[in-house]
Design a protein around this ligand. Structure first.
Ligand code: ATP
Ligand code: MG
Length: 361
């Protein structure tokens, strides 16, 4: 004989069907917030079903969440099945037909899991293939375990919401940083116009350009939906378009792998591209090509190529003492990425190729 202890959505059985459909839609929406349906098993929940089976001394225990058509088993102890079909009858407990079919002469005791608004999300139950009795103390313990599940769900939901809030706050900070840096760049550009010396004008414009390249990275961060990582190909594509306009050369992005790069690596990547592309424009000329790919060894490779006259004789990429500010900045950023910087002739036969290889963070 089946002992069915918990009440189910059958509580609304007397309501008209359109009302039931409305309640069910709200219930499903409430459940969806927890992002638990069709997810992988998790140790925390498996521990709870194992404990429930142990408390009742039953071979089977299930933690199920009630989806639109199926009851999804988030955790199942002593059972292969991963889900059960929901019963059609609104007056009957939700897993009744499945239980009848699977455990015709067995025993089943369960507690419903409600969200804070009272919507039934699922059930924690114990099952035996043979008939048996339960006492009130066991049921009290099963209810307590059910509360542990709903507490866990509530905590995870609160953590996810806090993270979403933090992401919004972080993108606001990036947005403000971008605005401030753009303002500083405009000031430097204005000041460059006021100078009578060509040398000073160029220095001020170079400084404005460097500040703008930091601003661009903050703009990318401020528009990222997922905190932590940035789709690098899209970021570099936009950077190349803007650099093309600002340096007045065609800067192409070729074959960039669609990989997500951690935020902390995106700033140095953007600034390195800015320096090397500016150098290519200044010391070589069009066309300038950027490539970015993920190497098999768990490393990224960033290249800036030009087809100019090539590097001066005796050029040493790491000898920052004898070079200008640009290569000093690039070397410092490469060190920040824990990478290696090399300079070679461009494989096309003309010009140079600056290559940065650095580990995936
Ligand atoms: N793409 C390139 N092609 C040829 N020579 C280059 C290239 N990039 C850099 N160099 C050489 O390396 C030198 C050092 O570059 P670096 O960026 O440090 O200084 P800069 O560009 O001269 O000045 P700054 O960057 O401080 O405005 C350059 O002066 C140039 O001689
Ligand atoms: Mg330079």
């Amino acid at each position: 004989m089946l002992h069915l202890v918990h009440p189910t959505p059958g509580a609304h059985a007397d309501s008209p069907s359109h009302e039931r459909a409305g309640i069910e839609a709200i219930r499903l929406a409430a459940l969806e917030q927890y992002e638990i349906l069709d997810t992988a098993p998790e140790l925390a929940f498996d521990r709870i079903t194992a404990l429930a089976a142990d408390l009742f001394n039953t071979p089977i225990s299930i933690l199920g969440f009630i989806g639109a058509e199926q009851v999804f088993f988030k955790s199942r102890h002593g059972l292969e099945a991963t889900q059960a079909s929901r019963g059609e009858d609104p007056a009957a407990p939700v897993m009744m037909p499945w239980l009848r079919a699977e455990f015709a002469n067995g025993f089943h005791a369960g507690v419903p899991l409600h969200d804070p608004d009272g919507y039934e999300l699922g059930t924690l139950c114990v099952i035996d293939r043979r008939s048996r009795q339960v006492d009130e103390q066991q049921m009290r313990r099963l209810r307590a375990l059910g509360s542990v599940v709903t507490d866990l769900l509530a905590m995870r939901l609160a953590a996810r919401r806090a993270l979403a809030q933090a992401e919004i706050a972080s993108s606001e900070v990036d947005h403000r940083a971008m605005n401030s840096l753009q303002f500083v760049a405009s000031l430097l550009q204005l000041q460059s116009r006021a100078s009578a010396s060509l040398e000073v004008t160029q220095q001020l414009l170079a400084a404005a350009n460097r500040v703008l390249s930091v601003a661009r990275v903050h703009r990318t961060f401020s528009t990222q939906e997922a905190a932590g990582r940035v789709p690098i190909a899209a970021h570099l594509r936009r950077l190349c378009e803007e650099l093309s306009t600002s340096v007045g050369s065609e800067i192409r992005l070729e074959g960039a792998d669609e990989v997500d790069v951690p935020k902390e690596q995106v700033l140095p990547i953007g600034l390195i591209v800015n320096e090397l592309a500016t150098n290519a424009r200044k010391h070589a000329g069009d066309p300038i090509t950027i490539t970015f790919r993920r190497l098999a060894e768990g490393e990224y490779e960033l290249c800036v190529l030009d087809e100019g006259p090539g590097l001066p004789a005796g050029f040493d990429v790491a000898a920052t003492g004898g070079l200008g500010l640009g290569m000093k900045v690039v070397n410092a950023l490469v060190a920040q990425l824990q990478g290696r910087l090399t300079a070679h002739p461009n494989p096309v036969g003309r010009g140079s190729c600056f290559k940065v290889v650095f580990p995936v963070a």
